[in-house]
Design a protein around this ligand. Sequence first.
Ligand SMILES: *[C@@H]1O[C@H](CO)[C@@H](O)[C@H](O)[C@H]1NC(C)=O
Ligand SMILES: *[C@@H]1O[C@H](CO)[C@@H](O)[C@H](O)[C@H]1NC(C)=O
Ligand SMILES: *[C@@H]1O[C@H](CO)[C@@H](O)[C@H](O)[C@H]1NC(C)=O
Ligand SMILES: *[C@@H]1O[C@H](CO)[C@@H](O)[C@H](O)[C@H]1NC(C)=O
Length: 335
Amino acid sequence: MEITKILFLIFSLTLLIFSTLLHPSLSELCNPNDKKVLLQIKQAFNDPYVLTSWKPGTDCCTDWYCVTCDDKTHRINSLTVITGSLAGQIPPQVGDLPYLETLELHKQPELVGPIPQAITKLKNLKYLRLTWNNLSGTVPDFLSQLNNLVFLELSFNNLSGQIPASLSKLPLLNSLRLDRNKLTGPIPNSFGEFRGNNFYLVLSHNQLSGKLPASLGKKDFNYIDLSRNKLEGDASPLFGANKTAQIVDLSRNMLEFDLSKVEFPKSLVSLDLNHNRITGSLPVGLTALDNLQGFNVSYNRLCGKIPVGGKLQSFDSTAYFHNRCLCGAPLESCK
Ligand SMILES: *[C@@H]1O[C@H](CO)[C@@H](O)[C@H](O)[C@H]1NC(C)=O
Ligand SMILES: *[C@@H]1O[C@H](CO)[C@@H](O)[C@H](O)[C@H]1NC(C)=O
Ligand SMILES: *[C@@H]1O[C@H](CO)[C@@H](O)[C@H](O)[C@H]1NC(C)=O
Ligand SMILES: *[C@@H]1O[C@H](CO)[C@@H](O)[C@H](O)[C@H]1NC(C)=O
């Protein structure tokens, strides 16, 4: 009789201990420092609707939207707000989430002001995406201190000034997008020295000027879009039979070089050179590009017969029109 009672007691106690462990408020995963910082960030943004789930009495790892915790350390590793109502400046407290690997604030039209220097404290940051906001000021030089950055995307903002040359020092950077801002000045010479493979570089829709640095030829860009700037000079170093580029868009610039001797990588899927000052003729090598799906050399100063073969005749005349004297299909036959 006594033994059954004792066993029952042990059983009940075990149950109690287990249910206590599983109860969220008594076994919170969220790190208290991270929680404090996140609540400060919420307050700095004036308690926006999108952060309603961030409440002091709940677990930031299990109950809060827009953040995730690392499985092992339970520290906040990602802060991602992709549409919404964040207004004002990015508060310096974002720098106090030391385990953050992803910081993404996207489509916040009322997010203004500069990128805060406190971001340099985020030594684990791999993915920084501050896009489609209204951030102003420069692309800060201090971003080059974020040694673990793989993706840096600041597209669709109101950023001005020159592109800092130091970004090429980021050892793991693989993707740089600064398109659709108000950036001026040249593309830094150092941009031929990015170390990441299959590099993705998008600087389109800015006011970049000056000569395209020849050093860019040292790098094999997988995807390069420099369109809609005021770039001058020679783009031929970007090409070469050895390269593995797939997408090259240099359209709507003031590039001036002879296309006749340029060798194109076999990997090219899309080549857009429209609206430049490119001279010479179309090289026969273009007919060997089997993957070509997009091609446009219109509005240049090209001359001579369009080579026959490959994909070249699959594009309509608008891919070739407005040149000095290009002829042959799909344009009118040569005289
Ligand atoms: C930036 O602000 C302007 C003026 O308030 C607004 O018209 C524009 O849509 C905003 N930009 C973005 C990318 O949301
Ligand atoms: C864009 O930046 C300029 C200064 O460079 C500023 O005058 C303007 O108000 C900013 N626009 C928006 C929508 O923030
Ligand atoms: C192309 O590759 C070959 C062999 O890998 C190398 O010798 C040559 O210098 C390269 N040419 C260019 C233009 O990079
Ligand atoms: C080529 O670019 C010109 C100028 O932007 C455009 O009018 C034309 O439709 C384009 N053609 C093709 C085939 O992409």
